[in-house]
Design a binder for this molecule. Structure first.
Ligand SMILES: Nc1ncnc2c1ncn2[C@@H]1O[C@H](COP(=O)(O)OP(=O)(O)OP(=O)(O)O)[C@@H](O)[C@H]1O
Ligand SMILES: [Mg+2]
Length: 268
């Protein structure tokens, strides 16, 4: 398999965040649905913060606030002291979100997907953009996919292309939404290694939303646990080994009763 060699990632940026990310009393409602409830925490510069929690607990909505795609109903978010909703913040902080579904444009080649943002924002000549794009694809070992359409890629390659697209802007803050979902264990471990290496090599601050306890145990500096819109726990990943909070223990070690009538059909 054509696996990347994360230990050989060259430097693509050197300027780390200085104060990190602060979430202060963040609440978000969509109509009468209260999705985030008074969430507060900080992410330190250069840290990998893993956010876990059940489906529908508000993890993706929280990430969208950090990158400025969603406005808080109450409270605020600061990225290196700047409000991400303000256009000017993009001049101060380079941040990128690796979307849960990849969010690649299916009508564009992999190369054109990666070149789209730098072209629109005139981040250099076509030759400079080409260098950036190919460099990002090389970091993730997917340069051979440059001329392919996203629909022609496997799930693992799509994830790597999505991370490569985020790297094109040379991010200081990288947000990942479920980067290892739907991947086999080897590819998931490879993505874990890439996230950890990017942190070490380019000093990027990372916030990773994931259900994957192995990912949290292997790469997180700290873990937060979101349940029903509230942050119910924050601490080192070792706390996931024998969680004291029964809600977290039940989530990580679900008990399945095989006498449940719902499993009847499986007996036939
Ligand atoms: N734009 C929106 N308008 C209305 N409701 C929304 C919107 N975006 C998210 N929601 C609701 O907010 C809740 C939290 O959604 P979110 O996508 O953050 O969950 P999640 O924790 O990321 O779940 P998953 O693990 O399944 O991805 C859900 O009930 C969802 O339906
Ligand atoms: Mg989500």
């Amino acid at each position: 398999m054509d696996l990347p060699q994360p230990s050989h990632i060259p430097h693509v940026t050197g300027d780390a965040l200085t104060t990190g990310v602060a979430i202060e009393g963040l609440s978000k409602s969509f109509g009468s649905l209260r999705v985030l409830k008074d969430v507060s925490f900080t992410v330190k510069p250069g840290e990998i913060f893993v956010l876990m929690g059940p489906s529908g607990s508000g993890k993706s909505v929280l990430l969208r606030h950090i990158i400025g795609l969603e406005a808080p109903t109450e409270g605020r978010v600061l990225v290196d002291g700047h409000d991400p909703m303000v256009e000017d913040t993009r001049g101060h902080v380079r941040m990128a979100l690796v979307f849960q579904d990849g969010a690649l444009f299916n009508s564009l080649s992999v190369y054109d997907n990666l070149a789209l943002y730098p072209r629109e924002h005139r981040l250099g000549s076509e030759a400079e953009i080409r260098e950036r794009v190919m460099h990002a694809l090389q970091i993730l070992s997917v340069e051979k996919a440059a001329s392919k359409l996203p629909s022609d890629l496997s799930g693992g390659m799509k994830k790597r292309v999505s991370i490569a697209r985020a790297l094109v802007i040379q991010p200081q803050l990288l947000l990942y939404d479920e980067p290892t979902s739907e991947l086999d264990p080897v590819m998931a471990a490879t993505i874990d290694e890439i996230i950890a290496t990017l942190k070490d090599e380019i000093r990027v601050t990372s916030i990773v939303v994931s259900h994957d306890r192995d990912l949290a145990l292997s790469i997180a500096d700290r873990v937060g646990f979101l349940m029903d819109g509230r942050l119910i726990h924050i601490g080192p990943p070792s706390g996931l080994k024998a969680p004291e909070d029964p809600r977290i223990a039940d989530f990580l070690n679900p008990k399945i009763d095989i006498r449940n009538p719902r499993f009847k059909s499986l007996e036939a």
